[in-house]
Design a protein around this ligand. Structure first.
Ligand SMILES: [Zn+2]
Length: 267
């Protein structure tokens, strides 16, 4: 069976791609990327992701989720509120057949992003609710975790989550290995190629627990340049180098992992 690259976490519905999306998609497919898991940060993106699936049905796999931080980058950014679930929940159920995962969901306890206990409690409440939705709809979760590695993994375990992708994971190897034990997978964007910070982590996580992602338009090789799904090939090569295996192996095994974790993906 032929496998292409699977970008397990990207924001193809982001405003940054609106102007030249057809070109971006063409470069994506030319690079051998067969699938994009299109995650959302807020309910305002849900329709756009479904429209993109209609426009590129072989490529785009929709995920719905509320990100722990709302309001984009900058000073308006704040923790998600339990009230935000009101508009989102009916949408999860209405479109359940079309969703391949619930995400982007998770916890971001970076001190300047979630300064108060109330912020962290609100994030936790929204995260747990979405974990329950995922279980009820029998969907895997696509997870953001920053400054909250242990608590994210612990929360998912406590709530009986067996299928999860921890995207752009930057916790300690010991925390990651707890996730591996729980059966979770990990993905790394092109930004990991900027330095050797994540090498130890990538080395310790078995290849059978690794997927590829770009998190585009963010987290590219160059901080100041828009990231695109085609650059998933960079993560592949980097992980291959760190693990001392061939890029073809990483490409094949990571794609098999992605199809195992997200069984609704088309081949
Ligand atoms: Zn993301």
């Amino acid at each position: 069976m032929e496998y292409g690259f699977v970008d397990c976490h990207c924001h193809i519905s982001a405003r940054e791609f609106e102007e030249d999306l057809d070109d971006v998609i063409q470069r994506t497919t030319e690079a051998g990327v067969k699938t994009l898991l299109a995650v959302t940060e807020g309910v305002g993106e849900f329709d756009r992701v479904l429209q993109l699936q209609e426009r590129y049905p072989r490529l785009v796999a929709p995920c719905f989720g509320l990100h722990p931080l709302q309001g984009g980058e900058g000073p308006e950014q704040c923790s998600v509120k339990p009230q935000d679930l009101e508009a989102a929940l009916p949408q999860f159920y209405k479109h359940r057949e079309r969703l391949v995962a619930i995400g982007e969901v998770g916890l971001d306890f970076t001190p300047w992003c979630a300064p108060t206990q109330q912020d962290r409690d609100d994030q936790m409440c929204v995260f747990i609710k979405q974990l329950h939705v995922a279980k009820e709809l029998q969907l895997p979760v696509n997870v953001h975790s920053r400054s909250a590695a242990k608590v994210t993994i612990q929360t998912m375990r406590e709530h009986g989550i067996s299928r999860a992708l921890l995207h752009n994971f930057a916790g300690k190897p010991s925390a990651a290995l707890e996730g591996v034990k729980a059966g979770y997978l990990f993905s790394f964007p092109p930004a990991v190629c900027r330095n050797q910070q994540r090498d130890k982590l990538i080395k310790q996580i078995p290849l059978e627990h690794i997927c590829l992602e770009t998190d585009s338009p963010a987290l590219g090789l160059d901080k100041h340049v828009r990231n695109e799904p085609r650059d998933v090939a960079l993560c592949c090569r980097y992980i291959a180098d760190v693990k001392d295996v061939s890029p073809q192996t990483v490409r094949l095994v990571s794609a098999q992992n992605a199809h195992r974790l997200f069984p609704k993906l088309k081949r």
